[in-house]
Design a protein around this ligand. Structure first.
Ligand code: NAD
Ligand code: WQD
Length: 343
């Protein structure tokens, strides 16, 4: 069975993908420097999956650390067949304050990973891209053919990452790359043992709502109620992180079987407003979610949801879990781990 290297393996999406890959029979090696994750994830992965995780603690910009991953892959599992590159900084607001750090980490990291893959003769790569590359879309739902435009340094690292990789595969046809454009990943593993563990005040909606439900924050600030949407609040395509994780399994199989690249949206195709999500979370948790209307957040758009048809037609993947599953699973994680991985 194939062995996959996950960069950013102990992060939110990486940890769920680790389990999905194991479940599908893949061997996994991870690398992470814990800049935005906890080493305590590893014990939880072992508890759920029943296998001791193989992880190199290191920075993906460190060629020696990456070479260790490939050597471990050879000695433990007969060689790495593909890489899923999650490792990146992802906070939009922070990227405006520290653009150079984002370019260095996200683009420097991507180049270092590709160089290491080349050194070790591995050419199948899954790249974590984002719906942020569509900026403010001209029409909805968003297909993969929509115009690409970005509005902040974080988004720029995803767009430039895609461009670098497209140029790479044009020059060297041995590369096969899956560009996965995630919409809004939320929820947690059904075990309640792993989930999203943001540091400080959550930037994103569902982790914030989770903390309101838990009584850690008094109310949800709804950023804008005059958008061009049915209830005036922003509409997004929330996707269960386990569906997203399974999308990576499908993409890896596609690369191995079809020997060609692909670009796909990973979303459900269904948009929900801020108020709809808050109400669903209230139902799932049995807690009140008080809301306070606040000004629009700079850079936000009215609505963003995927046309997920291409993912279904190419790799036979589509999301199976709905908004209530996302909220129930998020709440199980939040309520049983009130301080995330720290206890
Ligand atoms: P996350 O922060 O939970 O995970 C990223 C992991 O990468 C963390 O564990 C962090 O410690 C690690 N990391 C960062 N820089 C590193 C480096 N230089 N060397 C080694 N490890 C490093 O984020 P996530 O939500 O799991 O996101 C994973 C990927 O998906 C990222 O590339 C992100 O940009 C992309 N993405 C996320 C979302 C989202 O809303 N969560 C949406 C679209 C795309
Ligand atoms: C969703 C909706 C907010 C918080 C971001 C990144 C994007 C991608 C996913 C990585 C919006 C509203 C939020 C709150 C609110 N990440 N909101 N009160 O902005 O769609 O996407 O994460 O690639 O690049 O920009 O997600 O969860 O922050 O916001 O009213 O406290 O919730 O205005 O309408 P977003 P989000």
């Amino acid at each position: 069975m194939a062995c996959i290297l996950l960069t950013g393996a102990t992060g939110y999406i990486g940890s769920h993908t680790w389990l999905a890959l194991q479940q599908a029979g893949f061997d996994v090696i991870g690398i992470d420097n814990f800049v935005n994750s906890s080493p305590k994830v590893l014990a939880r992965l072992a508890q759920i999956g029943g296998l001791e995780p193989v992880l190199v603690e290191g920075d993906v910009r460190d060629a020696v650390a990456l070479d260790r991953c490939f050597e471990l892959g050879r000695s433990r599992f007969g060689g790495i067949q593909a890489v899923v590159h999650f490792a990146a900084l992802k906070a939009v607001g922070e990227s405006v304050e520290r653009p150079l750090d984002y370019f260095e980490n996200n683009l420097g990291g991507l180049l270092a990973v590709c160089q290491a893959m080349k050194r070790h003769g591995v050419h199948n790569l899954v790249f974590s891209s984002s719906a942020t590359v569509y900026g403010k879309p001209d029409s909805l739902p968003i297909t993969e053919r929509a115009a690409l435009r970005v509005t902040n340094p974080y988004g720029q690292t995803k767009l430039m990452g895609e461009e670098i990789l497209r140029e790479l595969e044009r020059c060297d046809t041995s590369w096969h790359i899956a560009y996965l454009r995630y919409f809004n990943p939320v929820g947690a593993h059904a075990s309640g043992l792993i989930g999203e563990d943001p540091r400080g005040i959550p930037n994103n909606l569902m982790p914030y709502v989770a903390q309101v439900a838990a009584g850690k924050r008094p109310h949800l600030n709804v950023f804008g109620n005059d958008y061009d949407t049915p209830d005036g609040t922003g509409v997004r395509d929330y996707i269960h992180v386990c569906d997203l994780a399974e999308g990576h399994v499908a993409a890896l199989r596609y690369l191995a079987d079809q020997q060609q690249s692909l670009t796909v949206n990973l979303g459900t195709g269904q948009g929900y407003s801020v108020l709809e999500l808050a109400q669903a979370y209230g139902r799932a948790s049995g807690r009140d979610i008080p809301v306070v209307f606040a000004p629009r957040r700079p850079g936000d758009i009215d609505a963003c949801y995927a046309d997920p048809t291409h993912a279904w037609e190419t790799m036979g993947w589509r999301a199976a879990r709905g908004l209530d599953d996302m909220c129930v699973d998020s709440w199980r994680w939040q309520s049983t781990n009130p301080n995330g991985f720290e206890g």
